[in-house]
Design a protein around this ligand. Structure first.
Ligand SMILES: *Cc1c(COP(=O)(O)O)cnc(C)c1O
Length: 383
């Protein structure tokens, strides 16, 4: 693993000042009454788990956090995160003692884990905050409205040392212009809230919105919005592009390790992956799929491949190996060993975003970001 900026072949630079400005713009959009919960999932979508999260707690006034998994929540607590921290995913049964020890809030939607949490909370003399998760149509985690919700609430209420602190749902279809499924889900969520009110339960935190809904559907806000992509500057909502004026906060860079001429009809890379149709200037680059560059961004039909930026110009990728990549620099003069290569980010007038790569690769912004492994050095700057 690279240890320093100087020794790394590729560097993911995260500009925390942009994160802070994005949060300010999101706050202006959602208004002062709605809290932001930062969802630190999958290594912070490639931006790193610890540093961005602690920065948001200490410098951006964010007081609510979540992770997808228990192991990530423990890492954040060990790094010093003190504020509210919700685990969104399923909790491993054997992890319950640690869960209680680290004062985490649990997503509850079935019987087994709340029973174990309650027994362990009694043992440790603690209270565990519980967020009831309602399945309104994603069909992943959650309890359905009606009798299943009534039964779950009765169970949780009967268990000592559990506190119903929140209720939430997750939207399936925020990335479509057609809001009808979202409205159907919100209708079910409203039914669940009414049911809870009838049972005398008014949890302090009601939440539903993710990135897409936060941009496009204010009716989903309630007390808090749960955000990952949006905070890092990826407005992946449908309709008007980037209407909040957010700034992608990640740059991913590498460098040229070799430059050569490949003649027409020659072999380039393994298995004659690229066979030049004209004499081609090929730059070899110091990153590969082992760094998490998504493989389907490179095909044998170069028309569909992603670009990188060299000298502020676009260079088409030709192939991707584990540690190295190939780019066509025939039309970029004077490319030489050591030159900077931008995989994601801006160079002069050109910019490559993770959203562009998601589209090029027939996948998503999230996939492109989450795929970046721990091998690229994470470099944090502030402005
Ligand atoms: C990932 C996730 C979010 C936030 O994701 P975005 O990328 O910001 O849309 C919110 N809630 C849950 C349950 C999630 O899994």
């Amino acid at each position: 693993m690279p240890q320093t900026l100087a020794t790394a072949n590729s560097v993911v630079t995260v500009d925390l000042a942009k994160v802070k400005r994005n949060i300010e713009r999101i706050r202006r959009h959602i208004g002062p009454e709605v809290a932001i919960l930062y969802t630190a999932k999958s290594n912070g979508y490639g931006h790193g788990l610890i540093e961005p999260t602690l920065f948001m707690e200490r410098e951006c006034g964010i007081h609510h956090f979540a992770t997808g998994m228990l192991c990530e929540a423990i890492q954040l607590r060990e790094a010093g995160l003190r504020d509210f921290l919700l685990v969104l995913g399923g909790i491993p049964y054997d992890g319950v003692p640690e869960f209680v020890h680290w004062d985490l809030a649990a997503t509850v939607y079935e019987d087994t884990i709340p029973k174990a949490l309650s027994a362990e909370a009694v043992r440790q003399g603690k209270t565990v905050k519980v967020h009831l998760k309602i399945d309104t149509g994603l069909r992943r985690l959650g309890v359905r409205v009606g009798q299943p919700l009534t039964d779950l609430v009765n169970l949780v209420r009967s268990l000592p040392n559990l506190e119903i602190h929140g209720v939430y749902t997750h939207l399936a279809n925020g990335y479509s212009l057609d809001k009808s499924f979202t409205h159907q889900q919100m209708g079910e969520f409203e039914q669940a809230l009414a049911q809870l009110r009838e049972m005398g339960i008014r949890p302090p935190l009601i939440h539903a919105a993710n990135t897409a809904a936060t941009v496009a559907s204010p009716e989903t806000y309630y007390d808090m919005v749960r955000l990952a992509a949006l905070i890092f500057g990826y407005d992946i909502s449908p309709g008007i592009p980037n209407r909040l004026g957010l700034e992608p906060s990640m740059e991913w860079s590498s460098f040229v390790t070799n430059v050569l001429w490949a003649e027409e009809g020659e072999n380039v890379s393994y298995y004659r992956f690229f066979v030049p149709k004209r004499r081609t200037r090929v730059a070899i680059l110091g990153f590969g799929m082992g760094d998490g560059y998504v493989r389907n961004l490179v095909t044998q039909d170069t028309a569909h491949n992603a670009d990188v930026l060299i000298h502020g110009r676009r260079a088409r990728l030709l192939d991707l190996n584990v540690d190295q990549a190939f780019a066509d620099v025939t039309d970029i003069p004077d490319v030489k060993i050591g030159d900077r290569v931008i995989l994601v980010g801006r160079d002069g007038d050109e910019e490559i975003t993770t959203m562009e790569l998601g589209e090029r690769g027939g996948t998503s912004n999230g996939h492109v970001c989450c795929s970046i492994t721990s091998r690229p050095f994470r470099h944090y700057i502030n402005g």
